[in-house]
Design a protein around this ligand. Sequence first.
Ligand SMILES: NC(=O)c1ccc[n+]([C@@H]2O[C@H](COP(=O)([O-])OP(=O)(O)OC[C@H]3O[C@@H](n4cnc5c(N)ncnc54)[C@H](OP(=O)(O)O)[C@@H]3O)[C@@H](O)[C@H]2O)c1
Length: 282
Amino acid sequence: MNILVTGGNGQLGKQFQKISRDASHRFFFNDKADLDICQKDQVSTFVEKSNINLIINCAAYTAVDLAEDQRDTAFLVNRDAVKNLVEVCDQNRVALIHISTDYVFDGNHFRPYKETDKTNPLGVYGESKRAGEELILNSEISALVIRTSWLYSSEGHNFFNTMLRLGKEREELNVVDDQIGSPTYALDLAKAVLVCVEKSKLWKSKRELYHFSNEGVASWYDFTKAIFDCYQMRCRVNPIPSEQFPTKAKRPFFSVLNKQKFKNDFDYNIRHWNDALKSTKI
Ligand SMILES: NC(=O)c1ccc[n+]([C@@H]2O[C@H](COP(=O)([O-])OP(=O)(O)OC[C@H]3O[C@@H](n4cnc5c(N)ncnc54)[C@H](OP(=O)(O)O)[C@@H]3O)[C@@H](O)[C@H]2O)c1
C-alpha cells in the first residue's frame, strides 16, 4: 500500500516516521511546507502522482487556547481541509484514517466515554475537530476516525516535555489535579493505527469511529508525579484546582475514553499509561 502521512513532522507524524522503517508499506511523509491540506489541488496532485491508497491525517490545528482567538484558522485546518481530504479520497478511491480528540466531550460524565456518547465541545478546538469528524462520518469513503487523548512523546510541544523542562528549572510546581483523563504515548497510538492498516479489510467501504488511549486514568498532577518518579527528578509537585490555573479555553474535567470497541474489533491489548511512560526512558 502507498500511504501518505499528512502533518508528518508533527508529534504523531514523527512516530509514524519511526515505525514505518520496519513496515511493509511505502510511506510518504509531508508537512505544511510541502503539502498544505488546505490546498485541495496540492493534495489531489500528490495523491494521483504517488498512487496513494491510504491517507493517515496527522495534520491539525492543535493550539487549544490560541484557537479561542483564531476560530477561522482552527476551522480552516480541522474542518475545511478535512473536507478537501474527503473529496480527494472519494475521487481517487483512497481510504482515510483521521485522528480526533477527547476534547469533543464536555467532561460531565463520570464513566469513560463511548463512541456513541453525545459530544458537546467546550472550546473552539474541540468544535472544529468535531466538525472534521462529522464530515468524514457523513461521507461515502472508507474511513476510520480515531479519537485520542493527552497525546505526548519526547518530540514536540506537549505536557510531558513541558514538565520535564520545568522539573529541571524549578524546585516546586503547582499542577491541576481535578482534570481526569488518560495520557497516550504517541508511539503506542501510531502502532495501533498500523494494526488498523494491516486489518483494513475489517473496515473497507465503511466509516467507523473509535476511541484509543493508553489504559488507566490520571489527573495532570498524577501524570506529573509519575513523570518525575520515572525521570528521578526531585521537584516537588502540589495539587491545585483548575480555578487556580485559568486557561483561555475551558477543558473537560473528565475525558477518559472507553476503548472496548477498538480492543474487540482489532483484537488488541493496550498497555497502561505508566508502562508506556516508563518505556520513554529506554
Ligand atoms: N496533542 C494532543 O494532546 C492531542 C490530544 C488528542 C488528540 N490530538 C490529535 O492528534 C493529532 C496529532 O496531534 P499532534 O500532537 O501530533 O499535533 P502537532 O504536533 O501539532 O502536529 C500537527 C502537524 O500538522 C501540521 N499542519 C498544520 N496545518 C497544516 C496544514 N494546513 N497542512 C499540512 N500540515 C499542517 C503542523 O505543522 P506546523 O507545526 O508547521 O503548523 C504539525 O506538523 C491531531 O489530529 C490532534 O488533534 C492531539
